[in-house]
Design a protein around this ligand. Structure first.
Ligand SMILES: Nc1ncnc2c1ncn2[C@@H]1O[C@H](COP(=O)(O)OP(=O)(O)O)[C@@H](O)[C@H]1O
Ligand SMILES: Nc1ccn([C@@H]2O[C@H](COP(=O)(O)O)[C@@H](O)[C@H]2O)c(=O)n1
Length: 208
């Protein structure tokens, strides 16, 4: 059977990862852990080994050009052909890909989550269902502040500066307009039980 690709998009810190992991955890019991997997679009940030740390800090990580979407598309096609892929590992503290990658075997259900998935028509056309997590931007900013300071080695000043210079403007220019391509718009993100049950039912229907 060909894999089913479910795309989950929305603003940074809108709850995409939480929604993906919740669906994964609850479905793996029913379909088997080896039949379902998650791919993060962030794993496909371009390699920046050739850049100094000073230069990496200037990269606009919220612009589509920061991603190697071509590699993600090739990986989707490889999975469709039932071939394993090597998913790059991203290091937010280094602003670069880590040296290692993680091998992923083909699965029946692949959840792909990331901010700019639906901005790329080649990714869009390969998704069986796409979801836009619609969380108010002020809530996203508060969550991002906490997460980036605790988990991604940022300071409050750096999160606020980046938010004003790129995160918010790029959301308005590139992320929000992709809402039109979503099949389902989910308010309240990763804790929206009604949406979670509906998505699980949809995935089971696609599998059947
Ligand atoms: N509905 C929610 N209520 C409370 N906290 C949430 C909710 N959704 C996400 N979070 C928290 O907000 C932070 C960002 O969520 P995450 O799922 O990583 O966002 P994204 O993947 O969209 O960047 C995480 O610490 C997560 O636990
Ligand atoms: N070196 C980097 C790479 C990415 N970011 C930010 O990550 C956000 C996307 O990830 P989410 O889990 O929040 O969806 C994106 O908004 C980038 O600004 C970064 O800060 N540094």
């Amino acid at each position: 059977m060909s894999p089913i690709f479910i795309g989950i998009t929305g603003a940074s810190a809108s709850g995409k990862s939480l929604l993906s992991v919740t669906i994964y955890d609850e479905l793996k019991e029913e379909v088997g852990a080896h039949h379902i997997g998650i791919i993060k679009e962030d794993s496909y940030y371009k390699d920046q080994t050739h850049l100094s740390m000073e230069e990496r800090l200037k990269t606009n990580y919220d612009h589509p050009s920061a991603f190697d979407h071509g590699l993600l598309v090739r990986h989707m096609d490889q999975l469709k052909e039932k071939r394993a892929i090597d998913v790059p590992v991203y290091d937010y503290k280094e602003h670069n890909r880590a040296k290692d990658s993680i091998s992923m075997e083909p699965r029946r259900v692949i959840i792909i989550e990331g901010i700019l998935l639906l901005s790329d028509k080649n990714i869009r056309s390969r998704l069986d269902t796409s979801i836009f997590v619609d969380t108010p931007l002020d809530i996203c900013l508060l969550r991002r502040l906490q997460r980036d300071i605790e988990e991604r080695g940022r300071t409050m000043e750096s999160v606020i500066k980046q938010y004003k210079s790129t995160v918010r403007p790029m959301f308005l220019e590139f992320v929000e307009p992709t809402k039109q391509y979503a099949d389902i718009i989910v308010p309240k993100g990763g804790k929206n039980r009604v949406a979670i049950e509906m998505l699980k039912a949809r995935i089971k229907q696609l599998l059947a």
